[in-house]
Design a protein around this ligand. Structure first.
Ligand code: PLP
Length: 511
């Protein structure tokens, strides 16, 4: 393909994408395919000779689209929203065209510098304390991690390195293995599985703190676990608090948990992978309160800053925070911004400098080499998307976007509350509603099965204190009240069928 064909095909592709998204409502949200559907449809080996673009795009409709779950359909209410917006897609094209791998400042200065500035913009939108910003000479700053899972893992590994170095400085005879077997991380029983995965990869034990009636981690339960473990000779070193849990969007009590971590010298990582972007709205910013309190404690010293990591030199503590680097879903899927208050907490943990990656400015103190802030070496020019989206939506546009999603969730909640057969299972704060039929888990499993088999809308469940619960997450950029109402009518119809079938089952048993 030469430049002139690229111009032509590029325009066709833009039309294809715009048609796809404009017409997405007409496509069935969940595909009708069985596992293994695709292999028989394509050749077993790559073609020896070049093929035509027309043939490929034709196959997209014939082979790919039938197996696509349409995450941006206004009838997709599963998981959490993932990003999509036209400005982000345009920026993605440019990102692909520049095609740099910005692991160091020298590898592409604009790639590094735009990311630093974008993360500062985001930090300001979130009203983070000044310490988390890079500014012109700050010690903090932000980084775009590939996923929230990576952000948590990087924070855990950095905390592990830090506590190990601290302990070895005080007692040089301690081996790393001896320290590792005593290290304990903590998180609420509502935390995302990525926290457990991080502890498995990091080779440290993780303890689940029982959450309270509102599914929040509170001071007393955390303190009790820390005291018990310290008395047993273990070393608490890392706590993950979640703001916006995956199951029900509950919020751990940061105002309580932060000071404990500070007092105990434990690194606090805040996972706000879903809810974080909502904090750009002043009315939701209070959900992040505690970041400031933690930082303003007198023992607080130079903190960390690429994940929203706040930090305390006294022993190990740090605070890190992961959040989507956009508003709910307009920048890009799964890329997570993370900020720290003291960048050396991360860079010190992971720094390796082979000759082929060195450059003349690396020790100047003037630049950032993001390769030291993350697991992979390579990184794309992802901040272009933030730049395009922030500029083309403006903060007001992003706030309006979030508010609309939250309003739609409340509208759905109101509909559920009007139907006495149903119950709401957790407080609705942002765009997620947890609900169920009053009755057994089996009944609710049957309801979800019937909804997802009909494929008019798509939902996923969660388990709250062993109760099977349906989650209704406002996801699509184009979802409107009418879609939510239609989805609710459909759920009611399915519920009527499931309840009728249950009545028949009961009658059969009696007979
Ligand atoms: N943390 C929370 C609260 C989440 O909801 C999710 C995913 O939805 C994750 C972490 C993992 O996200 P990622 O896919 O970016 O690793």
């Amino acid at each position: 393909m030469n430049a002139s064909e690229f111009r032509r095909r590029g325009k066709e592709m833009v039309d294809y994408v715009a048609d796809y998204l404009e017409g997405i409502e007409g496509r069935q949200v969940f595909p009708d395919v069985d596992p293994g559907y695709l292999r028989p449809l394509i050749p077993t080996t790559a073609p020896q000779e070049p093929e035509a673009f027309e043939d490929i795009i034709e196959d997209v409709e014939k082979i790919i689209m039938p197996g696509v779950t349409h995450w941006h359909s206004p009838y997709f209410f599963a998981y959490f929203p993932t990003a999509s917006s036209y400005p982000a897609m345009l920026a993605d094209m440019l990102c692909g065209a520049i095609g740099c791998i910005g692991f160091s400042w020298a590898a592409s200065p604009a790639c590094t510098e735009l990311e630093t500035v974008m993360m500062d913009w985001l930090g300001k939108m979130l009203q983070l304390p000044e310490a988390f910003l890079a500014g012109e000479a700050g010690e903090g700053g932000g980084v775009i991690q590939g996923t929230a899972s990576e952000a948590t893992l990087v924070a855990l590994l950095a905390a592990r390195t830090k506590v190990t170095r601290c302990l070895q400085a005080a007692s040089p005879e301690l081996t790393q293995a001896a320290i590792m077997e005593k290290l304990v991380a903590y998180t609420s029983d509502q935390a995302h599985s990525s926290v457990e995965k991080a502890s498995l990869i990091g080779g440290v034990r993780l303890k689940a703190i029982p959450s309270d009636a509102k599914f929040a981690m509170r001071a007393s339960a955390l303190q009790e676990a820390l005291d018990r473990d310290k008395a047993a000779g273990l070393i608490p070193f890392f706590v993950v608090a979640t703001l916006g849990t995956t199951s029900c969007c509950s919020f751990d009590n940061l105002l309580e948990v932060g000071p404990i971590c500070h007092e105990e010298g434990v690194w606090l990582h805040v996972d706000a992978a879903y809810a974080g972007s909502a904090f750009i709205c002043p009315e939701f910013r209070h959900l992040l309160n505690g970041v400031e309190e933690h930082l303003s404690l007198p023992r607080e010293a130079a903190g960390t800053a690429p994940f929203l990591l706040a930090h305390n030199e006294a022993r190990v503590p740090s605070l890190s925070l992961t959040h989507q680097e956009h508003s709910h879903s307009v920048v890009r899927p799964r890329a997570r911004g993370a900020q720290v208050k003291k960048r050396t907490d991360l860079t010190g943990a992971f720094r390796l400098d082979p000759v082929y990656l060195r450059h003349s400015h690396q020790d100047s103190g003037l630049i950032t080499d993001y390769r030291h802030w993350q697991l992979p070496l390579g990184r794309r020019f992802r901040s272009l998307k933030m730049w395009f989206v922030f500029r083309m939506y403006g903060v007001k546009g992003l706030q309006a976007y979030i508010r609309k999603h939250v309003q739609l969730a409340h509208a759905f909640e109101a509909l559920v509350r009007q139907d006495p057969r149903f119950e709401i299972c957790a407080e609705v704060t942002l765009g997620l509603v947890c609900f169920r039929l009053k009755g057994s888990n089996k009944l609710n499993e049957a309801l979800l099965e019937s909804i997802n088999s009909a494929k008019k809308i798509h939902l996923v469940p969660c388990s709250l204190r062993d109760r099977f619960v349906l989650r209704f997450a406002i996801c699509s950029r184009t979802v409107e009240l009418a879609h939510v109402q239609r989805a609710w009518e459909h759920i009611q119809e399915m519920a009527a069928t499931v309840l009728a079938a249950q009545g028949e089952d009961k009658a059969e048993i009696k007979n």
